[in-house]
Design a protein around this ligand. Structure first.
Ligand SMILES: [Zn+2]
Length: 95
């Protein structure tokens, strides 16, 4: 279980997407969960196809907003994160 830095709920890994800090403080999605670097997690959007749940590589908009309000990114990566790169992350409204 990992904690979403937006809603602060503990969730299994498949309900979260990993973010990793890369060069120049750019925060990127890590779909594999294996990129080296300091990771943090946010809830991701999933879609249902019949009974199957498919994970989408979009951050839940509500969790992104919580994370921004709580300044979660600057807390997770003090003085390191390029705040402009956060706006480039893929976000989707939750259903
Ligand atoms: Zn969340």
């Amino acid at each position: 279980m990992r904690t979403c830095i937006g809603c602060m709920k503990k969730r299994p890994k498949y309900e979260l997407v990993r973010l990793v800090l890369s060069e120049n403080g750019v925060l990127k999605l890590d779909p594999t969960g294996k990129v080296s670097g300091r990771g943090s997690y946010l809830c991701c959007v999933s879609s249902k196809i019949g009974k199957r749940v498919k994970k989408e590589l979009f951050i839940k908009e509500s969790c992104m907003n919580y994370a921004i309000q709580r300044k979660a990114f600057t807390k997770a990566y003090p003085g390191e994160v390029n705040l402009g790169s956060i706006e480039e992350l893929p976000v989707k409204k939750d259903e």
